[in-house]
Ligand binder design. Structure first.
Ligand code: FCB
Length: 440
């Protein structure tokens, strides 16, 4: 029996801080954000996780998770170019992985979560024809350093967001608004980099690696249970004509080796370099794309205005499994609020507790129907720097007072602790989905 991956997720830029310590280079989130972040906030200190990682791992242990998804900051490893590794930066991740493993927590490593080094941006970033080669070299360094203990690897987090948000609509760093042709060139280079990274992991990993990438689920959720409506929602979910912000744009070439009609900028030769068998299909999901169709007055929303529709986890698991026939990892799912510490010293985050309970019910439903969901990673372990929104939206199971860096477990952390252990996952399920998985 293998355990269900109960965990929490984070990303380097959002929690680490220590933005220029121990030889780290700047990223596009350190250097280009002037005038782009709410209240002029920045990620220089964030949760100071770089110095407090042991305390944070101890808190994970207290919550009872058996896995933890985090990302590596490329600029910590290669601060000024690909010619020289910064050993002190690398050591941070080696130590973090050791600490996790020592505490019985399986590390899930994301190679790229939006924080391109400035030196790379300055030479064209994703548009540089050497980008795939550089990404492969960076991957190899991490594989050499971490793959004796790390088995789960995720190449890119939400390419939809960092390409569309970063280069089309311009709400994420580097805040560009580029033409369609530029978006296509970036898409191709990111995909080629993914392919190279997968080959590199398979070739050099010291333990048997499990590889995926983590797009946004981009789900069109059916409005009722009729067969016609379900089919309609499924077809729209995978309609690549919806563009770079949708799942199909990324997943059809990467996971299925198919070139959709509107992606003819990819050649069959490209597909040979991009399409690689993956071990799981990870997705991040907060709400369906068509959330507005479910509007009712007073509907539950997060502090960011995101509609709470827990069924989206079930439908995304079902649709994405049906389409790509891989085990599913819910690699992010979470709720933002403006939490406060009450006078009893506790954080009574009722809405988040509700959110978690309801979404996990949907995971269980998917599993009970034989869909092999292998894990659930709550976003996020800890309140953190929410990109252009700064520190106001709090997603964490752990409250952070940014003036003192004091951490407080919220009520939802205790609820999560109680829920963990409810799902047991059998390894056979990933091999034969018909057999399903065991649900208590
Ligand atoms: C996702 C990102 C993650 C975090 C959550 C709220 O899109 O991957 O870093 O910002 O949203």
């Amino acid at each position: 029996m293998k355990e269900f991956l109960w965990g929490t997720a984070t990303a380097a830029t959002q929690i680490e801080g220590a933005y220029n310590e121990d030889g780290k280079g700047l990223t596009i989130w350190d250097g280009l954000t002037e005038g782009h972040i709410r209240y002029n906030e920045n990620c220089r200190v964030a949760c100071d996780h770089y110095h407090r990682y042991k305390e944070d791992v101890a808190l994970m242990k207290e919550i009872g998770v058996n896995s933890y998804r985090f990302s590596v900051s490329w600029a910590r490893i290669y601060p000024s170019g690909m010619d020289k590794i910064n050993e002190r930066g690398l050591k941070f991740y080696i130590d973090l992985v050791d600490e996790l493993v020592k505490n019985g927590i399986e590390p899930l490593v994301t190679l790229y979560h939006w924080d391109m080094p400035i030196w790379l941006y300055d030479i064209g970033g994703f548009l540089n024809s050497k980008f795939p080669e550089y990404f492969e070299a960076y991957t190899k360094t991490l594989i050499n350093a971490l793959s004796d203990k790390v088995r789960y690897w995720i190449t890119f987090n939400e390419p939809q967001c960092f390409v569309s948000g970063g280069y089309e609509t311009g709400w994420l760093a580097p805040f560009h608004k580029e033409s369609k042709c530029v978006i296509e060139r970036i898409t191709r280079n990111v995909m080629l980099a993914h392919g190279r990274a997968v080959d590199c992991i398979r070739k050099y990993a010291k333990t048997s690696a499990r590889i995926g990438f983590a797009p946004t689920a981009s789900l069109i959720m059916p409005k009722n249970n009729s067969e016609k409506e379900i089919k309609n929602a499924y077809d729209r979910t995978f309609d690549p004509s919806l563009g770079v912000g949708m799942g199909a744009w990324w997943s059809e070439p990467i996971v299925a080796g198919r070139i959709p009609e509107n992606m003819k900028f990819l050649s069959e030769e490209d597909i040979k370099a991009i399409f690689r068998p993956l071990d799981f299909y990870a997705f991040n999901i907060y709400r369906p794309e068509n959330a507005r169709d479910f509007y009712y007055p007073g509907m539950t929303r997060s502090a960011l205005g995101w509609e709470v529709l827990p069924e989206c986890v079930y439908w995304a698991s079902r649709f994405y499994h049906e389409r790509y026939n891989l085990p599913i990892l819910v690699s992010e799912n979470g709720f933002a609020d403006n939490d406060v510490v009450s006078s009893d010293g506790k954080v009574h985050d009722t809405h988040r507790s509700y959110y978690i309970e309801k979404h996990i019910e949907q995971v269980k439903m998917a599993i009970s129907e034989g869909i092999p969901v292998i894990g659930y990673q709550y976003w996020s372990l800890i309140d953190n720097f929410e990109w252009a929104m700064g520190y106001e939206p709090r997603f964490g199971l752990i409250y952070v007072d940014y003036r003192t860096q004091k951490r407080t477990l919220k009520d939802s952390a205790y609820l999560y602790k109680r829920l963990i252990g409810q799902i047991k996952y059998s390894e056979r399920a990933s091999v034969n989905v018909q057999k399903g998985v065991e649900v208590d």
